[in-house]
Design a protein around this ligand. Structure first.
Ligand SMILES: C[S@@+](CC[C@H](N)C(=O)[O-])C[C@H]1O[C@@H](n2cnc3c(N)ncnc32)[C@H](O)[C@@H]1O
Length: 366
């Protein structure tokens, strides 16, 4: 197996032993609820949650600090990352690289324990650190369960001078616990106006865009209905009708067959009935211009992830919850959620923002 070595890397079993010992000592009794918000250091909270939620979480989105060597502040309701800024510190993001990798890996080991068999993990990270994190995730989840490295265009092009290309993307590493079992709702993207015009170039008198396709497809059928002549039109050689010709009568009666001047019939396909486009792995979802919390993430992006990789009633976990963007989106889409953050500022903002019923618990080792 390909692994990454760095100072401070513990054995997986030692990480789990520490977590189980925390879980055993902790006396918190979790009341039954759909949603939970924990103010807690997340290794501690995840250890306690192992007792309650092992094998139950269907989707994890995490946006940990990116190891940017900055402090993040909030002043007068606006978030910024200027280390000298006057304001309340939201969180610090200053760890030596090996320490950061060890920190993240230990939490990912615990997260892996909480996952259902159909889980997806989306880990948001920048390009400086993300490639190391990919190897760590390969180790914990198995390289065969790596699904995508999504490039997320996060900002407008940057023009400041640097002897390198401008950087406008970060990355989302997407893993399944078992590729092939992960929840996948096959959400599609609507076509853009230019794509509609390119793929559906014809227009009906009522303005609907359409294109036409032949009634037949490659491959011969012998003896079946899709090989017989329709209205005295024989199937072209080496081809078969797409469907039982009786269906063509029905389509024709509804005006869904277009006849050319030479009597060639073709089926009309309308743009507004198209199921949408397969979504690819380059996304443009810029973050809010005036975030209420530093590094607050784009809600449309989070809704896409939640809508694609969880079901109504699924538990969505974010243990670096910040302003609770992922929890809000999960709630709006009818999912259950568990949020964890240790920052007073994050929790204050989440408590102002989060809708619906949830249980709030402060978890500490004391
Ligand atoms: C990048 S921010 C998340 C922003 C969030 N995605 C949003 O849209 O608002 C990372 C968060 O992780 C929290 N965090 C960092 N280390 C933590 C730890 N060990 N335990 C709990 N929270 C932690 C920070 O307080 C911070 O709020």
């Amino acid at each position: 197996m390909l692994t990454l070595n760095f100072d401070g890397k513990l054995l997986r079993d030692d990480v789990l032993l520490r977590a189980w010992s925390i879980a055993e000592k902790n006396r918190t009794v979790l009341p039954e609820a759909n949603n939970y918000l924990f103010m807690s250091e997340n290794f501690y909270a995840l250890s306690v949650l192992m007792k309650y939620f092992s094998g139950q979480v269907d989707l994890i989105y995490i946006d940990p600090p990116f190891n940017t060597m900055q402090d993040f502040y909030i002043s007068e309701g606006r978030a910024n990352s200027v280390s000298a800024a006057k304001g309340r510190r939201a969180y610090a993001d200053k760890m030596p690289p090996e320490k950061f990798l060890a920190f993240l890996r230990e939490r990912l080991i615990l997260i892996h324990e909480l996952l259902s068999d159909r889980v997806s993990l989306y880990l948001h990270i920048n390009c400086k650190t993300g490639h190391y994190v990919k190897i760590i995730l390969d180790e914990i989840f198995g390289a065969q369960n790596f699904m995508n490295d999504i490039a997320r265009i996060k900002s407008n092009p940057k023009n400041f001078f640097r002897r390198a290309w401008g950087n406008e993307h970060d990355m989302l590493l997407f893993f399944a616990k078992h590729s092939g079992l992960n929840i996948w709702n096959d959400v599609k993207a609507p076509m853009s106006e230019s794509e509609i015009i390119r793929r559906f170039p014809k227009t009906d008198p009522d303005g609907r865009h359409y294109t036409t396709i032949p009634l037949h497809a490659p491959g011969e059928t012998r003896g079946g209905v899709t090989g017989r002549a329709w209205r005295n039109i024989p199937v072209p050689e080496g081809r078969h009708w797409r469907t039982d010709p009786a269906e063509f009568d029905r389509l024709d009666a509804q005006g869904l067959i277009e006849w050319s001047s030479t009597g060639n019939p073709r089926i009309k396909k309308y743009a507004d009935e198209h199921e949408g486009m397969k979504i690819q792995d380059v996304w443009t979802f810029k973050d809010p211009q005036n975030p209420i919390y530093p590094t607050e993430k784009n809600h449309d992006m989070l809704k896409l992830i939640i809508g694609q990789s969880s079901l109504p009633g699924s538990i969505v976990l974010d243990c670096f919850a910040g302003s609770g963007s992922s929890l809000l989106c999960a709630h709006e889409l009818g999912r259950r959620w568990i949020g964890i953050d240790q920052s007073e500022e994050a929790v204050r903002i989440m408590r102002e923002r989060l809708r619906g019923e949830y249980i709030f618990i402060r978890l500490t080792s004391k």
